[in-house]
Design a protein around this ligand. Sequence first.
Ligand code: C2E
Ligand code: CA
Ligand code: CA
Length: 938
Amino acid sequence: MDRWIARRHGADALGDGSPESGEVRVMARTGAYLYAAGATLALLWLALPHPAASQDLVLVGVLALAYAGAALLWYVGHRLRRGWFDLVVAAGTLMISVAVHFSGHTTPFVLFFLWSNVYAWYFLPRGRAALQLALIGVAYGVVLAVGDHVTPPEGNRGGLIPFLGPGAARWLITIGTLLVAGMLVTALHERVERLIRRLTEERNFVSSVVETASALVMVFGLDGRLLAFNPACETTTGYGAEEIHESHISEFLLPPEEIERARREWEHVLTGGRASFESHLVTRDGDRRLIAWSVVLGRDAVGDPDHVVATGTDITERKRGERELGRRAQRQAAVAELGRKGLEGLPLPQLTAQSAALVAKHLDLDHCQVWEQTPYNGDLLLTAAVGFGAGEVGRLTIAAEEDTQPGFTINAEGPVVVDDFAEERRFSPPVPLIDSGVVSGLSVAIPGRRRPFGAIGGQTTSRRSFTHDEALFLQSVAHVLAAAIERWRSEEAIRHNALHDPLTSLPNRALFLDRLAHVLTKRDPKASQAAVMFLDVDNFKLINDSLGHEAGDRLLKAIGPRLGEALRPTDSVARFGGDEFVVLCEEVGDGRDALIVAERLQKALSAPFVLDGEEHFLTASIGVALATGRYEDPDPLMRDADAAMYRAKERGRAQCELFDDAMRSQVRGRLRMENAMRGVIDRNELRTYYQPIVSLADGSITGLEALMRWHHEGLGPVSPIEFIPIAEDTGLIVPLGAWILEDACKQIVLWEQELGVVPPPISVNLSPRQVAHAELVPMVADVLERTGVRADRLALEITESVLISEAESPWNTLQALKKLGVTLMLDDFGTGYSSLSYLKRFPVDVLKIDRTFVDGLGSEAEDSAIVKAVVGMAKALDLGVVAEGVETEQQLQCLRELGCERGQGFLFGRPRPAADTTPLLGPGDAWMPQLPGRSAQV
Ligand code: C2E
Ligand code: CA
Ligand code: CA
């Protein structure tokens, strides 16, 4: 085990290090010992009493030779070649033989043969050892033969084999003993060699494993000093084994803070025999490597603790990988969690704040900011921040220019990485941020469908190189934010659209009513009151018709801001559609104050509106209702303001009206009537009256207008002028209209049967609401079919307002009615805004000139002019003309002069029940009013 240290330290005890040279050195040394020992024993022999026959001088010479040989062997023996040792042994044998011979007696020098023999058998190959033994045998034999000092004086017995004289037995036994001793030594030697070889092999195996192992192997003495250090240790720590050999591990390999723990583990090993733990190693470069150690106590041959072996694996990368994997998993989980919150509709501001915190945490940033591009001007607004800017969230905006980091980021292709802000040239980071000591940064765009929604990024105060994985993480957070922003914005748009008028962006009816309801429930009755103002632009249809809808829309858009300027910030303006605006003043003193506000609104509108360089003047009618204690819901308050507005309209343009008690009772009356009207058909309270339409030329009845009459139990007879508008408002006009149409058609059939002649065509009034109703045409067709009345016996009267409605459908409806074959009359002509173009477009057959023009005939020159113009126009367009409300002969006269062909009015007959009309229709005595100047006309 210690070979790899020994080699490393150049401390090989055997010179050149080969086993051969080691062996020779041992042989030389041993030889030297034997020579010297032999000589010394011989010297001792000489000094002590010894046989007189001894020739001491010769012996001293041999002895000196032996000492010289010993010295030679000691100093230069290791340089001898192996073969020379045969000579060393042989020389020994000869010197022993000489010593034996001259000792004068059988001496213990014979024992020296045993030494050289054993030496030969130990160190020389078996054959050469045998040769040396033979040499000993010959030399000893010669000695015995030359002078047998051993034979006792009384002589020898002959023995069985008389061989070599009396000393032969001694010689043979000596040689035999030497042979056996030699064999034993050889066997022993071989055994020892085998053992050594095996140990060497084992040792080589262990050391090659240790040398090539990637694991760190360190061997310590029990005092903690480093004894061995394998190549893996060298590569890992950067230290060479030599430089730290014998140093204490705590001196430099362990980080200071881990020394105490290492000491505990060390004691643990010493007492328990082994330990496993992880600790850091500080390398020569100052890096730290994390090592998993397995430490065991090593024992010597006797089993006593001797050293400590520590085997370690460098797990720095693995740990780092594990940590990175763990971190990545955590980040993925965090992004998933954020995405889930986004989907579950966590409000965007919270989600954004959480994103910033999450990014700062998972990327270990000191600062993190989220910038969102505002849809209005494209500036970047700080919507969340950790660290820098945290106090300015929602307030700090910067231009989305390329010279700012977020601005640069939203225009960049991918993640923007800043290694060192001090060296950044692509954009200039804000000074306060630099002052806060940031060094590195990372930012990405929050992607949008058309352009990025913004940017998210952060900074660190220490130098950092961000990994690809970290950039990916930031991008996934940006994607979650992008989805959330997109959804939030579309939801915001939906919310806004649901509560705002698309044209003017003012609050719509729903939002206004919501606010009003809120004000009503919150209101303090003792404090000032709220007021609702219903504002309707006067004659807005005229503007639409003359300038076109597009110009009309632009005017409507301009009205909102004008009104807003005339109000206080707490007041609000809404648009209810068309040209209707509503204002809520949350604090007004009394009705008079409210009217002052209303007049201010009038004034705000009075300044000209400029469209395409042309000035236009607008006025509005305003109805005001005060939210007095009696109102709990918005609806009645709105209705009363509306009623006041209608009253204002009745008074002419640009009027204001405050809803008052008189109006209240009127409204109440209307409400009562509304209730009374429900179920009129079922209660059979309706009747149809007929008024003749006559030819002005001869007074003959050319038609009958069917007019509705209602007699209510409690209210008595109610004029259609009162109940028809209510029926219109409530929608009841649709069933009522269907009822009178059917009633009139049935009457035609009855008259046909009763009189035997075809009665004049009957005209039935259609309200605008009926014309707009989808079922009108099928209903008319159905009535005609069921009653069997021919379509040309029926005329339908519509008003101008039907024609100027914006929708396309009245045109289709009138075409369809025309197709059925019925006659279409335009009622109350002249009161609306019909222009010639309308008349051309719509399939109208007859114009009914409104009563108001007929009224002034003969007295008002203007009226005559109008009637004249209408008659002329009708003629030009090939339309029939009926003058309504003819009451006097003078009017009749005028109409005739103006060329009007037909008339209707009290002069010819009031509306009357069917039964009273029948006599007028008889074939024989057809009703002919006595018309003045009739003969002249005929
Ligand atoms: P209108 O369609 O213009 O009907 C003519 C109105 O003038 C009738 O009033 C009629 O009685 C009245 N009148 C006729 N000749 C004279 C006259 O010489 N002098 C004066 N001052 N008035 C005259 P009435 O029946 O009260 O109906 C009023 C309005 O109610 C009608 O005006 C029409 O718009 C509506 N109306 C009546 N019945 C129906 C109906 O069945 N359906 C619909 N939609 N509206 C109806
Ligand atoms: Ca009519
Ligand atoms: Ca009329």
